[in-house]
Design a protein around this ligand. Structure first.
Ligand code: MLT
Length: 409
């Protein structure tokens, strides 16, 4: 008899975005003529930048000729891409990284989900609430939590509420935590931390020998000064942090898949005797065992993001989405909603009217306006009473969605 990993049984029946897709498909089947606008999952709609397409086409042609064909690549990514990442995303901000501190992967979702594997199961983790569900669910699967309670919170996880009272910014934990997941610009609230605020986390982690798992997938959307683009802008972060980045939301790679994670060599994990072990070595061991790298054409495409043309094209894409964010923010605000985010992030976090539950708001929005968003409660207990819209739609759909919310809700 084969037994189940019972940790999976602790989880809700389906992943948040699968549940949304299920409900939308059901509505679509019952209302085949409904013109549904999807501002739910943070999936992009602008095409790949032409510089990326050209580089990928060229790379595919290379793969088709015996003299330039490539088989397995390095599990950690090709040097040509890792060099460009360091040169463009870090060095201009005064951050020096070694090539072997950059790990190219197929996505920040997989990296944030997989990274916990090298940590002991007895670590206590802290997450913001609301939170991107992958951080929690992957730790539940790995037996790092207890059971779930009626509020949907798991035993042994320290939830850090992000509320209107604290400006949607998590406060430092009051009890010891070992693994801290931070995501800024934040998914789902769209809010950011200042450098001084992020420094408090780095100081906490240094004092407690905790590790910060910093998800910076939305870094490209930062518009305001004093918002750190990388946790490594903060003094001491190299000792206590890893950072996840992605090409998905900037260069349209949600379907193409390419991301990277920075693991500085100073970061240590400890065994039961107190001996330190390099997190970088552990992650290398994990990746070389379980991952065979991102395909050459995709990495060639990602490298083209850093060409002069590529940079211009990516900037145009991000500007386009941020204009959408402004349209949603202003339109929804004018319609009388209280709104957060959307200034340094492609997510707009709105308060549901009259204390309406977020899933009720989801259903009403779908039925009355044929617009799909994401219920805040799907991101955690503190998300109840809030709702997320993404700025990743087309301009036309974004404008139509705002108009429908104004007139039909
Ligand atoms: C979201 O909608 O929160 C994103 O699509 C998450 C992701 O990138 O996996």
């Amino acid at each position: 008899m084969a037994f189940v990993n019972e940790n999976y049984l602790k989880l809700p029946g389906s992943y948040l975005f699968s549940e949304i897709a299920r409900r939308v498909n059901k509505f679509k089947n019952e209302n085949p003529d409904a013109d549904i606008i999807r501002l739910g999952i943070g999936d992009v709609t602008r095409p790949l930048p032409p510089a990326v397409v050209e580089a990928m086409r060229h790379a595919v042609e290379e793969m088709g000729r015996a003299e330039s064909f490539r088989g397995y690549g390095p599990e950690q990514g090709y040097d040509f891409l890792r060099e460009k990442i360091i040169e463009n995303d870090f060095r201009p901000r005064g951050i020096d990284l070694a090539l072997d501190e950059v790990y190219v992967s197929d996505g920040a979702k997989s990296d944030t989900a997989n990274f916990q594997e090298v940590f002991g199961t007895n670590n206590i983790l802290a997450v913001s609430d609301p939170v991107y569900p992958v951080y929690v669910d992957s730790n539940v699967m790995a037996e790092r939590t207890g059971m779930v309670n009626a509020k949907g919170q798991f035993e042994k996880i320290v939830y850090l509420p992000c509320t209107e009272e604290n400006g949607m910014k998590p406060s430092l934990p009051k009890t010891r935590v070992d693994m801290i997941y931070l995501c800024f610009p934040n998914n789902p609230t769209g809010m950011t931390l200042s450098k001084a605020e992020l420094k408090q986390w780095v100081d906490y982690a240094r004092e407690h020998k905790s590790i910060i798992l910093f998800d910076a997938a939305y870094e490209g959307y930062i518009r305001q000064d004093d918002v750190p683009h990388s946790i490594f802008e903060i003094e001491g972060a190299r000792e206590v942090a890893v950072e996840f980045r992605s090409f998905s939301k900037t260069a349209g790679f949600t379907g193409t898949r390419c991301a990277y994670t920075i693991v500085p060599k100073e970061v240590m994990l400890y065994d039961s005797t107190g001996k330190a072990h390099s997190l970088n070595n552990l992650w290398l061991r994990r990746q070389t065992t379980k991952f065979n790298g991102v395909s050459y054409p995709v990495q060639a495409g990602a490298a083209a993001v850093f060409s002069e043309e590529g940079k211009k094209q990516v900037k145009a894409t991000i500007d386009y989405y941020m204009e959408n964010a402004g349209i949603i923010r202003e339109g929804i605000e004018k319609a009388g909603y209280k709104v957060f985010g959307g200034v340094n992030a492609p997510y707009i976090w709105l308060k549901t009217p009259d204390g309406m539950g977020s899933w009720d708001f989801f259903e009403k929005l779908l039925k009355a306006a044929h617009v799909v968003g994401t219920p805040g409660a799907g991101f955690g207990a503190s998300g109840e009473g809030y709702f997320r819209l993404t700025a990743f739609g087309s301009r036309e759909n974004t404008e139509r969605a705002v108009e429908r919310i104004r007139t039909r809700m």
